[in-house]
Structure formats: structure tokens, C-alpha cells
Design a protein around this ligand. Structure first.
Ligand code: AGP
Length: 612
């Protein structure tokens, strides 16, 4: 977590750093700060606790004229979120400033060693040891980049760092190990950041750094080297995203904008992939490893949070369409159990960011079994994308709201396509079935447009229920994961307690919770478990439950049974999880807005969880 940014060029660095931090705030917002080398040659550090807007309110921006600087937005791990622990951190002689994303695991040993050498620590962070250690090595004629390289070789743990020093006022030294870092190559200006959006105003050309690499940056030159000091040649690559994606475009919140982008996101994700002859559908991204894929006899999906919920839907797709027995595991659990994953097992890690620490660790652990790794993620050049044998990207575009919305439905579309590819490859579906599947998924963008039309119904439900203390979401079969996802959306942005449950399990315990003060959101499209859902809803009603049913339009039985009814367009069963994602997202959004919550930056969270 945490976002870091750096700039060297012809313009004043401070406003550019602030703009970059604004784009990175989704990575953490406990505190913010910048360091610049001023025209006087002084190192100037400004920082404050709280969100970026609090920092900006205190920043004497007009006074800062330096053309070189680094910045940071923090998600606290070591040291509480106060000013002393805010980045940038500086050394004892106040000549080196460091911003860091990651965790330095041997920071206690280093702190002890440096304290014994007379270094004066001011914070409780692990990061401060980096600044102090660089100071320790930065003596006599040692250039800054050599001092930083020696320092980085002593660190254990994870880091993306950017280092600024008044001893080398026209350069920034950066290093990466297991936390993302990207260099932006502009015209007489160089940028660096945790993520591409922070730099898109200035360039579309990027060099993605890899683990064990560092670089010396000036405004017109980049020396990329290994931690052993060996030069690395890597050209910048052009990125398809553009700067407009990082704007709200007339919506009140990024989350709302991203909910409304779903028809476009799904259309782009399935787009050109499904325009080829659908009866012989193949995903080009997988064709190179088809040999390996035809030999697999099971699959394991690895993910966290919302991506894990998408994985649960993926299990239905892979088992039903491709006939592949599938297990779904949390990244954080998989890495610590003795999972039996051999070379006949297809490994599918799912991550919007491609940088989630636990999912990456699980992917690496599973890959040791020798099976093919097919990643699903949204960010080009991400660690997951680079390490997998093949990647099927969602084409959702940049997602800024901490709550995943358009990337969730886009992952569902990719899982559907992967299952169809595997089904066709293994002939578990006929060419007619394949054509039907492809023609059905092509209906998804229109279905989502129709689903979005229910916003006002959902807004009035939010108006009615935004003050309740608990919500229950129930669903069955392929829509049980949507019950889990609906509950997660509500929890994370409105702070209301919510549980997702398979409706058939209610009578084994949770039905005891039901009162007329706990709304039950029942996902009940007319599918193979529809009659069962009606019975489960009746069980809730009999116990004074207050039911909000989400089902197909024109379903008078469901409408008559529930207290409130949200109609969704009638669609093929395998598309129902994609369509029903929309109402649970919109309901959570409006409840959070009506409770006055910070929808895009909910408390305690960060969008990309790059620590364990
Ligand atoms: C979703 O709304 C959450 N922000 C969170 O659960 C997220 O899905 C999870 O942290 C995984 O992120 P990833 O997809 O980038 O790996």
C-alpha cells in the first residue's frame, strides 16, 4: 500500500507531485508529504497527517520552487498515522529524504545498529532506517546511487523507494523489491510512481521496474541497473490508458462513474475476442499454452476480497462449461496450507491490481507444482501479469474507487470466456453450445444498460434503510457469490454490518438473526434454484423478515412475496451474476452516500494491498 511519486524536469515539482498523489490516494490516505530540492539547494520536507486535502491546506505551495521532488501518500503499517510517521523520512543530518512503499522486516536490527552509531531516530517507522542507512554510507566521495545501492542490499522485506538528497540535487534514486514502481519517460522530464495514472498527464511511455532493480533518474536520462550494479537495457513502452480516465467525468464519485462504465468495460473486455467465428471460439492469449491446458484435470482459483468472489462464480463457469473440477482459495490462506497442486492443475490467480501480496504469494506457491498459470488482471505490466504463463486482461480501464465494481463484472466476463475457451478445447461443449455461449455474453453490455436504469428504485431503498444496523444478503447457486459481494460492498463503504449467506443454509443458524429490523436482500432470478429461493424467502417472511427481492422484471410471484422488488432484465442463467452485480453495487453506493461516508476512500482501506 502507500503511493509514491517523483518528478524531475523543467516545471516546479510540488504541484506535479500533488497532482500525482491525488491519483495515488486510493493506495492509502493516512498522511501525505513531499520533499523537494529548492533553487537554494536546500532539501525541503513538508508533510501532514490525514488526507491529501488536509496536507494541501497546510502546504505553502507558492514558496516551493524546486524542479526535483518526491511525494508519498501513506497507509500506515509501522507507526501510527501521525505527523512524525508521515513520509518523506529524513536522515539525522537532514540531507537525504526517502519515500517508501512496503515493509522492511529487519528494521529493528538496523535501527539498533544505527542508533549505536549515533543516528538520531524521530519516527516509529521501518522506513526511517532507509534514510539513516543511506546517510551512513553517503560519506567522502561515495555517489548517492552507490550509497543507496549498498543500503538496498541490506534490506529484507519489500520496498519501492525513491530517494532525494541535496548532495545530488539533480537526480532521484529509485529501487524496487516486491512493491510496484514504474518510471515515466517524458520530454526533458522524468517521473516515477507506484502506478501509471499518477504520470499520465505528462507521458504515456513507461518502464516497469522489476524486483531487484534500481535506477538513477535525471530529467533526461535513466540508468537502470541491478542491485549488483549490472546495467539493464529496457525500452519504454507506450501505455493504452489516458489521463481522462483519472477524472470523475461529471459523476459525484469515482465509484458511481465506475458503476456506470460497466456496459463499456464489459464490451471492451469481450469485444474483439468474440468477433471471431464464435463456434470455434478461442482466446488468443491462451492458444500458446493450449498443449498444457488440454492435459489439466482440475483448476484452482486464487484471489482475495472481491476478486475471490469473482473466483467463486468462476468455479461455476469452469465446472459447468469446461467440465473442470475447480477449487477457490483465498490467497492469504493458500500460501500457508499444504495444498496438493500438481502439474495437472490449472492455476488461475485473479487480481484487479496484479499486485496483491497474498495473491502473488499464493500464485508462486501453487506454481511450484508445475501446472500452467493463467492470470486474470486489469493492470498491464503488473507483477502478476509478468510472472504468469499467460494473462487474460480485463479491459475495464483505470479503477480508482477503493470498492471494486467494473473490474468485478469484467473479471466475471473473462472467467466466462476462459471457461468457454477450455470447454471448446476439451470438447466438453459442442460447437452449437459454444456459439450460444458467445452470443449470450455479447448481450451483457445491453443487459447492464437496462440494469442501471433501476438506480432511482435503489436510491429510494437506500433512503429508507440507510440507518439500519445489519443487512443480510442471500442467494443460491451461481448467485450465492453475488450475495457475498453485495455484503462486502455495503460493509466496506457504508460501515454497516452485512452478511452474505447461501439461502439454503439459513435454517442451519442465521435465520435466528431475522427480525423486522434486519433487511434481507434476496437474489432470486428465475433460474434453476428459483423455486428454492422462493421457499427461503417465505421462511424469512414467516419470521417477520423484511425482504428486498432482486429478480427478473415481470416476476409477479416474487414481487408479491417480497416487501420491495427490484426488477432486473431477464437474461440467460450464466449471465445473472454479471447483471445482479449492478443493483448490489448501486444499493451500497447510495446507502454510503446517505450516511455521509467517504465512498471512494473508505476508512482503514487501501485499494491495492501490497503488504501481507
Ligand atoms: C473490493 O471492493 C476490495 N477493495 C478488495 O476486496 C479487493 O478486491 C482485494 O483487495 C483484492 O484486490 P485485487 O483484485 O487488486 O487483488
Amino acid at each position: 500500500m502507500c503511493g509514491i511519486v517523483g518528478y524531475l524536469g523543467k516545471s516546479r515539482a510540488a504541484p506535479i507531485l500533488l497532482e500525482g498523489l491525488r491519483k495515488l490516494e486510493y493506495r492509502g490516505y493516512d498522511s501525505a508529504g513531499i520533499a523537494t530540492i529548492e533553487s537554494t539547494g536546500d532539501l525541503r520536507v513538508e508533510r501532514s497527517v490525514g488526507k491529501l486535502r488536509d496536507f494541501e491546506a497546510t502546504l505553502p505551495l507558492d514558496e516551493l520552487d524546486g524542479l526535483v521532488g518526491i511525494g508519498h501518500t501513506r497507509w500506515a503499517t509501522h507507526g501510527k498515522p501521525d505527523k512524525a510517521n508521515a513520509h518523506p523520512h529524513i536522515d539525522s543530518s537532514q540531507s537525504v529524504a526517502v519515500v517508501h512503499n512496503g515493509i522492511i522486516e529487519n528494521h529493528r536490527d538496523l535501527r539498533r545498529e544505527l542508533t549505536n552509531l549515533g543516528h538520531n531516530f524521530r519516527s516509529q517507522t521501518d522506513t526511517e532506517v532507509i534514510a539513516q542507512l543511506i546517510e551512513h554510507y553517503l560519506h567522502n566521495d561515495v555517489p548517492l546511487h552507490d550509497a543507496v545501492r549498498t543500503c538496498l542490499n541490506r534490506l529484507e522485506g519489500t520496498y519501492a523507494v525513491a530517494v532525494l538528497s541535496r548532495h545530488a540535487p539533480k537526480e532521484i534514486i529509485v529501487g524496487r523489491h516486491a512493491s510496484p514502481l514504474v518510471i515515466g519517460v517524458g520530454n526533458e522530464e522524468t517521473l516515477v510512481a507506484s502506478d501509471v495514472p499518477a504520470m499520465l498527464q505528462h507521458t504515456k511511455n513507461f518502464i516497469v521496474m522489476q524486483d531487484g532493480e534500481m535506477a538513477r533518474l535525471t530529467n533526461n536520462h535513466i540508468d537502470l541497473i541491478t542491485l549488483e550494479g549490472e546495467p539493464i537495457l529496457r525500452e519504454a513502452e507506450e501505455h493504452p490508458w489516458d489521463a481522462d480516465m483519472a477524472e470523475k467525468g461529471g459523476f459525484t464519485h469515482f465509484m458511481q462513474k465506475e458503476i456506470y462504465e460497466q456496459p463499456r468495460a464489459i464490451a471492451d473486455t469481450i469485444g474483439e475476442r468474440t468477433t471471431t467465428l464464435s463456434s470455434r471460439f478461442t482466446l488468443d492469449e491462451l492458444s500458446e499454452i493450449d498443449g498444457k491446458l488440454s492435459g489439466i484435470n482440475r483448476a484452482i482459483i486464487l484471489a482475495c476480497g472481491t476478486s475471490w468472489h469473482a473466483g467463486l462464480v468462476g468455479k461455476y463457469y469452469l465446472e459447468e462449461i469446461a467440465g473442470i473440477p475447480t477449487e477457490v482459495d483465498y490467497g492469504s490462506e493458500h500460501q500457508y496450507r499444504k495444498a496438493l497442486v500438481d502439474n495437472n492443475c490449472l492455476i488461475i490467480p485473479i487480481s484487479q491490481s496484479g499486485e496483491t501480496f497474498d495473491t502473488l504469494a499464493a500464485m508462486r506457491a501453487a506454481a511450484r507444482g508445475g501446472g500452467p498459470v493463467v492470470a486474470i488482471c486489469n493492470v498491464l505490466g503488473s507483477t502478476m501479469a509478468r510472472e504468469a504463463d499467460a494473462v487474460v486482461f480485463t479491459r475495464a480501464g483505470l479503477e480508482i474507487g477503493v470498492a471494486a465494481t467494473k473490474t468485478f463484472s469484467s473479471v466475471l466476463a473473462v472467467l466466462y470466456l476462459v471457461a468457454t475457451h477450455l470447454g471448446a478445447l476439451r470438447t466438453s461443449i459442442s460447437s452449437e453450445e459454444c456459439s450460444t455461449l458467445i452470443s449470450n455474453i455479447n448481450k451483457a453490455p445491453t443487459l447492464l444498460e437496462q440494469a442501471l436504469k433501476q438506480e432511482s428504485t435503489l436510491e429510494s431503498l437506500a433512503d429508507k434503510f440507510h440507518n439500519v444496523l445489519d443487512f443480510l444478503y442471500i442467494g443460491r447457486g451461481i448467485n450465492y457469490p453475488i450475495a457475498l459481494e453485495g455484503a462486502l460492498k455495503l460493509k466496506e463503504i457504508s460501515y454497516i454490518h452485512a452478511e452474505g449467506y447461501p439461502a439454503g443454509e439459513m435454517k442451519h443458524g442465521p435465520i435466528a438473526l431475522i427480525t423486522d429490523e434486519m433487511p434481507v436482500i434476496a437474489l432470486a432470478p428465475q433460474d434453476d434454484v428459483y423455486e428454492k429461493m422462493l421457499s427461503n424467502i417465505e421462511e424469512a417472511k414467516t419470521r417477520d423478515g423484511l425482504v428486498i427481492a432482486i429478480g427478473f422484471e415481470g416476476d409477479s410471484v416474487l414481487e408479491g412475496q417480497a416487501d420491495h422488488f427490484v426488477p432486473m432484465p431477464n437474461c440467460p442463467r450464466l449471465l445473472t451474476p454479471i447483471v445482479l452485480s449492478i443493483p448490489v453495487q448501486i444499493l451500497a453506493y447510495h446507502i454510503a452516500v446517505q450516511r455521509g461516508c467517504d465512498v471512494d476512500q473508505p476508512r482503514n482501506l487501501a485499494k491495492t494491498v501490497t503488504v501481507e
